[in-house]
Write a protein that binds this ligand. Structure first.
Ligand code: NAG
Ligand code: NAG
Ligand code: NAG
Ligand code: NAG
Length: 406
């Protein structure tokens, strides 16, 4: 190939400095027989020397056309380092995966085990500057069993904002989402495992979603959502709110009830003491730093795996407690996913078609109560809401042009 031979010539001519002298290395030494062999060798050496000079000159002329600004690059041409050369051509092939694919994996399929994935996802660059234009993205992590009934609503929400978000879906193994190629959900299923609700496998799935999303170095904020969640603001509002927040949004509290403090297990001491125990909604929002911490934690995860069993639910306690122990100051201690527990019982209220109207959505967007955002009061406390029945889709699509504004 033209490209390859050019690299070879250049590295030979460039690195050799004089070019000709090195030419002899390519011919094995022959034993001296008589004077004619000696003369032949001399002539050969002269020819090779001249050829070397010609090649050297033409190559350096070629090089200086591209690199006339830098002597360093003239003597140590960037092209001799094959990876950067391959990347410039946008090829992978013989060159291995390119830099672009390393920082923004284009496909989500991989064969890593959880341990391998978590290890790899928690490698953090030491250099403060990125060698590429990094536009921070929000990663939307959908934990579902099967279909995503509100996919059409989300598709409308995401439309026109490519490059500012990434979607990841953890479904039951072997389930294949049926979406069009144009959908932001297309090809976004991560390698998944069986999840049984209320068990540690739910935490495993959360960590798996976080870890897969961490492989993309532009993902900065990580929101966990379910198939019954909807957005209640448009994308630009959600993006600005999350990207500019000084805190992550993980609900965290402890009250003296059987469903909260009552789930603490004394065997967790001395690592977790009763007053360090926390509870909160499973539906978190984490920044990149905290996402790495959660995926990297093994010690506290293991304690929950061992000692938080029904009627203790790890998904409601592990992340709030872990953050409280080590990173409390980075947490807003509130959730941005609205839910209605007012009816009591073990499950929150579920809203269908009959419930959807402008007033209802408006009450979620601003119910008259204020909350803190970057230490200031605001009426915007919830960006997402649950739980909604599939029948709510039609009426919600109807509201996108008015109150939802997308
Ligand atoms: C996938 O969706 C299309 C369009 O909605 C539908 O026609 C098709 O039957 C679906 N396929 C499966 C396997 O559900
Ligand atoms: C959240 O709680 C932690 C203690 O876990 C506290 O340090 C932090 O200041 C609280 N966050 C806010 C925004 O008040
Ligand atoms: C608004 O929401 C907050 C938090 O969910 C709740 O405590 C409060 O009662 C609500 N206010 C009204 C007027 O519904
Ligand atoms: C959408 O709104 C129109 C006009 O207000 C109404 O006639 C229609 O029934 C609504 N569709 C749904 C699915 O709610």
């Amino acid at each position: 190939m033209w490209g390859d031979s050019k690299t070879m010539l250049k590295s030979r001519g460039g690195v050799g400095g004089g070019g000709g002298g090195d030419g002899g290395d390519y011919f094995p030494p022959t034993p001296r027989k008589d004077w004619s062999t000696g003369l032949l060798k001399l002539v050969t050496a002269m020819v090779i020397f001249m050829a070397g000079v010609v090649i050297g000159l033409s190559v350096s002329a070629n090089v200086s056309r591209y690199y006339y600004n830098s002597h360093t690059e003239l003597f140590f041409p960037a092209n001799t380092y094959s990876t950067s050369y391959c990347d410039r051509r946008g090829a992978s092939g013989d060159c291995g995966p390119g830099f672009k694919a390393f920082v923004h994996p284009p496909y989500l399929a991989h064969s890593m085990t959880d341990d391998e994935l978590f290890w790899r996802a928690t490698l953090v660059p030491t250099a403060e500057e990125f060698p590429f234009q990094r536009v921070p993205k929000v990663a939307f992590l959908f934990m579902t069993r099967g279909p995503i009934p509100f996919a059409p609503l989300w598709e409308k929400f995401f439309r026109g904002h490519q490059g500012l978000y990434s979607v990841y879906v953890h479904a039951i193994p072997d389930y294949k989402l049926n979406v069009s190629k144009a959908s932001p959900f297309y090809g976004r299923q991560i390698p998944s495992e069986e999840v049984s609700w209320g068990s540690i496998s739910l935490v495993d799935a959360e960590k798996r979603l976080l870890a897969n999303a961490l492989l993309d170095f532009s993902n900065e904020r990580f929101v966990l959502l379910s198939e019954s969640c909807i957005p209640v603001f448009n994308f630009p509002t959600v993006y600005e709110y999350l990207i500019n927040s000084e805190h992550s949004f993980v609900e965290s509290y402890n009250i003296d009830t059987p469903q909260s403090a009552g789930r603490y297990n004394r065997r967790m001491a001395p690592h977790i003491l009763p007053d360090q125990w926390r509870k909160g909604s499973e539906w978190f929002e984490l920044n990149r730093e905290l996402a790495v911490r959660v995926v990297a934690d093994y010690k506290y995860y293991s304690i929950f795996r061992k000692h938080c069993r029904p009627s203790c639910y790890p998904d409601e306690h592990y992340i709030p407690t872990y953050l409280h122990l080590f990173h409390g100051s980075l947490n807003a201690n509130r959730t941005i996913t609205w839910v209605d527990w007012s009816r009591g019982g073990p499950h929150p209220a579920r809203y269908g078609a009959a419930n959807i109207n402008v007033e209802f959505i408006q009450a979620i967007r601003n119910n008259g109560t204020q909350c803190l955002y970057n230490s200031k009061h605001t009426s915007v406390c919830y960006l997402f809401a649950r739980k909604f029945a599939p029948s709510a889709l039609g009426p919600l699509m109807n509201l996108t042009s008015t109150i939802l504004d997308f």
